[in-house]
Design a protein around this ligand. Structure first.
Ligand code: ATP
Length: 466
């Protein structure tokens, strides 16, 4: 990463800390590497990411229903899914300083994502040596052979620690959907094609997490398993692919920073016949934002085999029993949040009240994503202003997440709200006492409008619909 891009990430990380979006995890104990906690503003943003996703893919579609499955699952699930045998990354050790690294990522950092896709385990170390790729920690070029490192976290359930009590923290939410396929089908009237959506935590013992919340060991996924008849998979795949793209662009991501990247045949996961990723141009280069896989009938078949349960769909017209095929859009919630955050980050040169040039930092979020929708700011701490301002806050709070703030100068308060992406600031001034109106300042244009207090809710409703 060059210096400017590093600066951008530094600025974003520091803004997140300063304004209560994201804090380093376990900070008072010196932290725990690559863990992050969402603060008062960040949790609102994260909830909004989930809300818009759920609205777009579940609420507004008749063919997709939701689910919330447990994180801990019978370990056979992970044997059936192939994760016990194959969910691993190539681990290499630096012989000099003994640090451990993900070999394919070291090569990828040098050459970009396409070059390393599907690299074989035995080719990782020779390439590192041949291309003189140095250890990021000590600079030596002295690597061990690459080994498979399984990414699943293991733990034990109950009071004993024998192999019978072994459970995994789920590395993806998808399997919770497959094992509930029959339950959902039996309790709904869904007809093919239909989907089951789930948002929830997933855990991967990543060898090299990093880039803030881009890659962490604990994260949230937003996944859909969309079941189709085999003959329809391609058509449905293309339709769904388009709606995933629209999801990101309709909620404001710059399409010029997005692209589809198809997985090469030797890069495909064991279950997939076709996979595309939506990638975003992050400050450090292109990176996966969403995986979009055609999983065939692999998972349902495997679970039939390992559980003995029948996971079939009876075609209401032909009465034929089939195992549906499956299309899987898999989004990272934290990664989606990070992408919206980076994309929304804007710096503008403005003139201060005293005429000096200064930089205005704004998170230009789509209004549905903005953590706080409006801030109510009395111009003075005198009761004659704080009283009506509190009244306005009370009348808005049942409609939206709003904030009341009477501390510091109005300029500082505007800056604070710009930095967390609040679309509107509502200022109560001494004129309010005369005209029963307030000034509404627009985050992006900084234009101010005088609005009657009685009409404020309707006015804001209209503005949110624009
Ligand atoms: P990568 O190649 O980056 O390791 P992957 O191909 O293993 O990712 P998938 O299994 O396709 O990722 O996971 C689906 C989505 O879950 C990803 O597109 C990403 O948004 C999110 N995701 C996966 N791993 C992580 C992680 N360690 N931290 C945060 N988000 C993740």
């Amino acid at each position: 990463m060059n210096k400017k891009k590093e600066d951008l990430m530094e600025k974003i990380v520091s803004l997140c800390k300063r304004r209560g979006l994201i804090f380093p995890g376990s900070e008072i104990y010196g932290g725990l590497a690559n863990t992050w906690d969402y603060g008062p503003v960040g949790v609102e943003l994260k909830n909004n990411v989930k809300k818009i996703w759920w609205k777009y893919f579940v609420q507004e579609r008749e063919d997709i229903v939701g689910l919330d499955a447990a994180i801990l699952m019978n370990s056979k699930t992970w044997e059936a899914s192939g994760h016990v045998a194959g969910f691993s990354d190539p681990l290499v050790d630096c012989k000099k300083c003994k640090t451990r690294h993900r070999g394919d990522k070291l090569i990828e950092e040098k050459h970009g994502v396409d070059d390393v896709a599907g690299i074989k385990l035995e080719d990782v170390q020779p390439r590192l040596m041949k291309e003189k790729i140095a250890c990021p920690h000590c600079g030596a070029v002295d690597w061990t052979e690459a080994k498979k490192f399984n990414l699943m976290f293991k733990t034990h359930q109950g009071v004993t620690e024998d192999s019978g009590s072994l459970v995994y923290l789920r590395p993806e939410t998808a399997q919770g959907i497959f094992v509930n396929f029959k339950n959902v089908l039996d309790t709904t009237h869904l007809k093919l094609p239909f989907g089951i959506a789930q948002i929830g935590k997933a855990f991967r013992n990543e060898i090299t997490p990093g880039n803030f919340i881009f890659r962490t060991r604990e994260f949230e996924q937003m996944e859909i398993e969309y079941f189709v008849a085999e003959k329809d998979w391609k058509k449905k795949y293309e339709e769904f692919k388009e709606s995933c793209w629209k999801f990101f662009t309709e909620y404001g991501l710059n399409p010029e920073k997005l692209r589809w990247r198809q997985h090469a045949p030797d890069e495909l996961s064991h279950y997939s016949k076709e996979t595309y990723d939506i990638e975003y141009r992050f400050p450090w280069g292109w990176g996966e934002l969403e995986g979009f896989a055609y999983r065939t009938d692999f998972d349902l078949k495997q679970h039939e085999k390992f559980s003995g349960a029948k996971l079939r769909y009876r075609d209401p017209e032909t009465n034929e029993e089939i195992i549906p095929h499956c299309i899987e859009p898999s989004f990272g919630c934290d990664r989606t949040l990070l992408t919206f955050l980076i994309d929304a980050y804007t710096e503008e040169e403005v003139k201060s009240a005293s005429g000096e040039k200064e930089t205005r930092v704004i998170l230009k979020f789509h209004k549905d994503l903005a953590p706080i929708k409006a801030a109510i700011l009395p111009l003075s701490k005198k009761e004659e202003l704080t009283k009506p301002a509190r009244g306005i806050f009370n009348s808005l709070k049942s409609h939206w997440m709003v904030q009341y703030d009477e501390t510091q100068s109005i300029g500082k308060r505007y800056r604070r709200q710009d930095e967390i992406g609040t679309p509107f600031c509502v200022t109560v001034d001494f004129e309010t006492l005369e005209d029963k109106a307030v000034t509404v300042r627009d985050r992006d244009s900084m234009k101010q409008e005088r609005v009657k207090i009685d009409e404020l809710v309707e006015y804001l409703k209209k503005r949110f619909e624009e």
